[in-house]
Design a protein around this ligand. Structure first.
Ligand code: RNT
Ligand code: ZN
Length: 425
């Protein structure tokens, strides 16, 4: 596509970049080492537009929507695994794979949400073990007849509520089995769509019910060495514009009072509200956080992650507050209008680039200017950093991790599209 840089060019550029960074007190070798140790949980649902393998094959309700008709989406667990492996080989480093309950692999199908068991995910676990890929999990509270009314765990209907409570409980057992089998606690992320399109009269009751339902779901004691429960908030969804029961304030309170992990999705806040700014506001009280890296555009909260200002700001904040070991990173995007494998690669590489930019910050230098009250220097330095040769460090990271820098990886995607994706009708 572009003329790809040769290894020799990259090497020369890297040595130059290393010296430039060294001059401002930044060790590029250290940054490369650290970047290689930052796992990102990769969402399975980019591979099939959040369809799942329960039969329907598309999202129904839940306030989220995948748009686009790009050919070749995965229709079976085998296809999804094969597609993901193709993408994963083009992403530098070692990461995690993030499943949703509706991606169960039962062969014949026919298992409802209130009946899922670890055995329905056996194929996934075996696959993950072979590839040394830890698994994360999500109960699925949408695309189901019992979520059609707009409420699940916060429903006033006792029959609906207990169905979803049972699903939540079972999802924890599945996640725990994954954590045990793969020797890494499986993050189990609870996101529910519950809300109203129009101005409700009674928000209070739904929130009281949700507290109660969540407490019930989490009542079974499972050690965090096996699974860690997380709760994800949202501002609004499609058809839940006026009220979402599980708002930020709600889950912040819930997570702190119950010792649960709080998930902040970059697309789930007011347009000018930054989750970067929230990180150090919440960590003193929770000690940890999970982030869903994503990209909000207008009404959509789930465009493919790019190296944009909000994403850079999130990582800059993690770096400047040295919170790398307190923040779990996951991506959450789905775009059905472009090649789905390329979407994974672009989203992950962009996320990692933002992490690298942060690891290359001369935090000490900047802090000294700030502590001296020299905000002029602080601003000048920050602007200088925008043109430092970080691309050469990134290319070197790719080379050392055995993946192609530049855009050469697109050829692999194109070949795969021709050979495999185009044959899916
Ligand atoms: C929806 C939430 C949630 C979902 C996934 C599929 O707005 O962000 O994380 O994207 O559970
Ligand atoms: Zn999310």
């Amino acid at each position: 596509m572009f003329t790809e840089p040769t290894e020799q060019q990259i090497d020369e550029a890297y040595r130059n970049a290393r010296d430039r960074y060294a001059a401002i007190g930044v060790d590029t070798e250290d940054a490369l080492r650290r970047l290689g140790k930052i796992p990102i949980s990769i969402n399975c649902w980019q591979g099939d537009d959040v369809g799942g393998f329960e039969g329907a094959g598309e999202i129904t309700g839940g306030g989220i929507m995948a748009t686009g008709t790009y050919p070749g989406k995965a229709r079976t667990p085998e296809e999804l695994r094969q597609d993901f492996e193709t993408a994963y080989a083009l992403i530098p480093g070692d990461h995690r794979f993030n499943l949703h309950a509706m991606y169960l692999d039962t062969g014949a199908g026919g298992v409802d949400r209130d009946a899922i068991d670890p055995e329905h995910f056996r194929e996934w676990i075996d696959w993950a073990r072979e590839r040394r890929l830890p698994l994360d999990f999500n109960p699925t509270f949408f695309s189901h007849p019992l979520s059609d009314g707009g409420f699940t765990l916060a429903s006033k209907n006792e029959k609906i509520r207990s169905f979803w409570i049972e699903h939540g409980k079972r999802s924890r057992r599945v996640a725990a089995a994954m954590g045990r089998a793969l020797n890494s606690p499986s993050l189990n992320n609870f996101w529910i769509p519950d809300g109203y399109k129009d101005e409700p009269v009674d928000r209070r009751r739904h929130r009281e019910i949700l507290v109660h339902s969540l407490d019930e779901v989490f009542s079974e004691q499972i050690p965090e060495t096996e699974t860690i429960d997380a709760v994800e908030s949202k501002l609004f969804g499609i058809a839940s514009e006026s009220h979402v029961t599980g708002s930020h304030d709600f889950y912040l309170g819930y997570a702190i009072s119950r010792g649960k992990l709080l998930t902040m999705d970059a697309g789930h806040y007011h347009p000018t509200e930054s989750i970067a700014e929230k990180i150090t506001a919440i960590l003193p009280f929770t000690g940890r956080l999970m982030l869903h890296l994503s990209r909000p555009v207008r009404w959509d909260s789930d465009h493919v992650v790019i190296l944009d200002d909000p994403t850079k700001a999130i990582f800059r904040e993690i770096g400047c507050s040295d919170a790398w070991d307190k923040v779990y990173l996951a991506v959450d995007f789905f775009d059905a209008s472009i090649n789905r494998i390329a979407a994974w690669v672009i989203g992950l590489r962009s996320t990692q680039k933002a992490a690298l930019l942060s690891l290359l910050l001369p935090v000490e230098l900047l802090r000294r200017a700030e502590e001296a009250g020299d905000y002029t220097t602080r601003l000048a330095l920050q602007q200088e950093l925008t043109t430092m040769p970080f691309g050469a460090v990134w290319d070197t990271f790719c080379l050392r991790k055995g993946v192609s820098p530049g855009t050469a990886w697109m050829q692999v995607v194109r070949d795969y599209e021709k050979k495999i994706l185009k044959t899916r009708t």
